[in-house]
Design a protein around this ligand. Structure first.
Ligand code: DAH
Length: 351
């Protein structure tokens, strides 16, 4: 071993380190010189075989070489890492002037818009919103509403009964009437609107198993059928326009007496008679009536001193009417192309 040889090594190390093209190249240079079987490492192991003087001399040289290699490789690696990073950034650079990808703005579903429109009309008439559970006690859903055990709504064909005994998926929003009366605890006036889901084992062109209703209940002294008709006519004109006509037909519901249904002029034929209205020129939109005395009692009110009216309306029918949708099922297929036609960006309450 001599100084010349090490001078050659020094040049080799320097040249190899400086000509490396990548971090991997640098790693193999490091491995070649400083690795466990690297040239410098091996030479150091050989020191033991030398005489004391040589060992001191050569050892010093080797230490210099090792420092040089370590220092140079460290600096080259740092440099290379920076270079590789900027190369990568360059490759990933993008055109900031390109138009962005619009994530889309959420739109209100036509049923939600319709529900809000209805709420808006009634809030302006002094009603408050009231809510009840969707999994309902049979007593609230049936008994308290005077619905006898042999009523078809009680039949397995119509109701979804669940594993909890005495409970049912509410078949209408009418049980909220009873809950509201209990909550008001006999105070007057009661003037509530209860929107929400209802469930029935129906599934065809005009029925879906989950649908929306809105229930209303008014109780006070001296409430009459005139109040009911006035309220319903006002609602019809507010929701469907001034030119819509309404008609009231006698009907039957266990929880009202007398009972009536309200029809509005058919939107498709404007009253001429067509397929939609089965030639009658009218479309039924709700059931209503004067609250049955027993129902008032069940809610804790005295039918001798107060009276009330109630109605229940399907929200889907109203939505179809407002937005000119002719198939109920379209509302539930979640077809964005279809639904976005009825979207609202205004953010105005109810619209
Ligand atoms: N609950 C009835 C149904 O789902 C609708 C109804 C009729 C509600 C008359 C009422 C009412 O409040 O008075 O078919």
């Amino acid at each position: 071993m001599n100084g010349e040889k090490f001078e050659g090594w020094r040049e080799d190390i320097t040249r190899q380190a400086l000509s490396a093209q990548s971090l991997t190249d640098l790693q193999s240079v490091r491995h070649h010189w400083l690795g466990r079987r690297g040239k410098i490492t091996e030479a150091m192991k050989e020191l033991a075989k030398l005489s004391l003087d040589d060992r001191r001399l050569v050892g010093k040289e080797l230490n210099f070489l090792r420092e040089h290699a370590t220092d140079l490789l460290n600096r080259c690696e740092k440099n290379m890492a920076l270079q590789e990073e900027s190369r990568q950034l360059e490759a990933e650079s993008y055109d900031m002037t390109l138009p962005g990808i619009w994530p889309g703005t959420g739109l209100l579903h036509p049923i939600t818009r319709t529900r809000r429109l209805i709420e808006d009309v009634f809030l302006r008439m002094g009603f408050s919103l009231e809510y009840g559970p969707e999994i309902e006690d049979e007593w609230y859903n049936f008994e308290a509403l005077n619905i006898p055990a042999n009523h078809p709504a009680r039949d397995m064909q119509d109701s979804f009964f669940i594993d909890l005994p005495g409970m049912v998926m509410r078949t209408h929003t009418s049980p909220v009437q009873i809950r509201a009366m209990q909550r008001y605890g006999g105070t007057l006036p009661v003037r509530i609107l209860a929107p929400g889901r209802a469930f029935r084992r129906d599934d065809d062109a005009t029925h879906v198993p989950m649908f929306f209703q809105v229930e209303a209940l008014v109780i006070d002294r001296g409430i009459s059928l005139a109040d009911l008709k006035g309220t319903l006519s006002t609602m019809a004109h507010e929701l469907l326009g001034d030119d819509v006509n309404t008609r009231f037909r006698p009907s039957y519901f266990p929880f009202t007496e007398p009972s009536m249904e309200m029809d509005v002029t058919c939107a498709s034929c404007r009253g001429e008679g067509c397929r939609v209205c089965k030639g009658t020129g009218w479309v039924e939109i709700l059931g209503s009536g004067m609250v049955h005395p027993q129902v008032l009692r069940n809610g804790g009110y005295d039918p001798e001193t107060v009276s009330g009216f109630a109605f229940g309306m399907g929200i889907e029918r109203v939505a179809m009417r407002i937005f000119g949708i002719d198939d109920l099922r379209l509302l539930y297929q979640n077809d964005m192309e279809f639904l976005s036609q009825f979207g609202s960006y205004t953010g105005r309450p109810g619209l």
